[in-house]
Write a protein that binds this ligand. Structure first.
Ligand SMILES: O=c1nc2n(C[C@H](O)[C@H](O)[C@H](O)CO)c3cc(O)ccc3cc-2c(=O)[nH]1
Ligand SMILES: C[C@H]1O[C@@H](n2cnc3c(N)ncnc32)[C@H](O)[C@@H]1O
Ligand code: SF4
Length: 375
């Protein structure tokens, strides 16, 4: 027995909510054991990353998350209302020269509810944001070898159905499954962060057989119980649909001027506990910890079962966390090697989804071709 949970149960990973909560509360006596068991769950010695370019299509958003600096006001003269296709194509071609394989489109949610965006879309001949996203992804495929991954927040079944044709995978952070966070700073002004709405989006992506990236944001006022619920929510979705390719355990980073400026960032031990528990629950799904948000400490997560560094961009910043530059890929290679593991580049779609069930003929062909160029 470790932390009141039998060792064989820990190894099997079918943990109850109470057991998860107790693991999320482990202290000095047990935390090293927890890490060791989680670490033993890794399927192999490869730690993956995706070489990407991050392109924010719009900074306008219908939500006001208490932790966000990405979102801009529609009256802000510096806001990106709608990034122009010519500029995007130029950036994508440059990304190709740098060896990027993933075009990551991450941006504000349902921006076309705002008049300025509607007008900008109309000027370019589009009825709504989804048509524009589709056009940009299609043009990415036409003009480059890069593979699109769209993270647009909440989308409808019909919207995802059309985007599936031009994306090899999609994603959206669940953030947390607690309704209570809609009553506090984190999500009080964010209808799109209603957990029901997010869970529906992830489920619809499952029905559509879209390889999917999701995750939780730690340190936004949630309790241990709410973290346990969130991980189990993702587990239920994956048990039902099998489309979750990776789970991001992202730590809140405080920034000047946000409503949550004074909120404490999660401690290193809290991150260690959460990453370890996530790996125990999901032995066959990658656990990603973004290395730029833990610049000094990211190596520790390799010791508790993390197996992916996520997107690392050699050319663009992390627009969501602009003060946290990406580490150099060589630096991550050295840190990974130092832990006895190998850094390996991957595509934005994980290997087990590269087949006819998840990709149309064109995307499958493109993915297999690009895969040949990975070392
Ligand atoms: O650079 C970032 N990439 C983010 N990514 C991309 C991620 O790091 C990887 O590039 C992809 O997961 C590759 O498959 C996300 C992808 C999602 O589907 C959902 C959420 C995120 C969040 C971030 C993020 O905050 N910063
Ligand atoms: C793209 C993802 O970035 C995360 N995100 C948004 N703001 C912050 C922050 N201050 N710190 C860390 N992560 C953040 C959210 O989880 C969002 O879904
Ligand atoms: S985190 Fe995403 S949904 Fe929330 S305000 Fe920022 S851009 Fe909008």
């Amino acid at each position: 027995m470790i932390f009141n949970v039998s060792k064989s149960k820990l190894e099997k990973g079918n943990l109850t909510k109470d057991e998860i909560i107790s693991l999320l509360n482990t202290n000095q006596n047990d935390i090293i054991d927890l890490m060791a068991i989680a670490n033993s769950k890794r399927e192999n010695n490869n730690i993956t990353y995706s070489k990407n370019i991050f392109i924010p299509l719009t900074e306008i958003c219908r939500n006001y998350c208490g932790y966000c600096t990405f979102r801009k006001d529609p009256n802000d003269n510096n806001a990106i209302i709608l990034k122009d296709k010519t500029e995007i194509t130029f950036q994508l071609k440059n990304a190709e020269k740098y060896g990027c394989k993933e075009a990551l489109f991450t941006f504000g949610e349902q921006a076309d509810q705002e008049k300025v965006v509607k007008i900008a879309l109309k000027e370019k001949g589009f009825e709504n944001m989804n048509e524009y996203i589709y056009d940009i992804c299609e043009s990415t495929l036409k003009n480059t070898k890069l593979l699109p991954h769209t993270n647009a927040g909440v989308l409808s079944y019909e919207e995802m159905k059309s985007l599936k044709e031009v994306n090899v995978s999609m994603g959206m952070m669940l953030e947390n499954s607690s309704d209570r966070l809609r009553t506090i700073e984190a999500h009080i002004n964010s209808p799109g962060k209603d957990p029901k709405v997010r869970i529906d989006t992830i489920a619809e992506a499952g029905r559509l057989k879209i390889p999917y990236t999701t995750g939780i944001l730690i340190g936004i006022g949630e309790t241990k119980e709410e973290i346990a619920d969130s991980l189990l929510t993702i587990k239920n979705l994956n048990d039902k649909y099998g489309h979750i390719q990776e789970i991001i355990i992202q730590n809140f980073r405080s920034k000047k001027g946000i409503p949550m400026e004074k909120n404490p960032e999660p401690s290193l031990l809290d991150m260690i506990r959460t990453v370890s528990v996530a790996k125990l629950l999901f032995s066959d799904v990658s656990i990603q910890v973004p290395p730029n948000l833990n610049y000094e400490t990211n190596q520790v997560f390799l010791l508790c079962g993390a197996d992916d560094w996520g997107g690392i961009s050699p050319i663009t910043k992390d627009y969501v966390n602009p003060d946290s530059p990406w580490p150099e890929i060589d630096h991550m290679r050295n840190l990974t090697k130092d832990a006895g593991l190998n850094l390996k580049e991957r595509l934005p779609i994980y290997n087990k989804y590269i087949n006819e069930t998840y990709l149309n003929d064109e995307l499958l062909h493109r993915t297999l071709e690009l895969k040949k160029s990975l070392n």
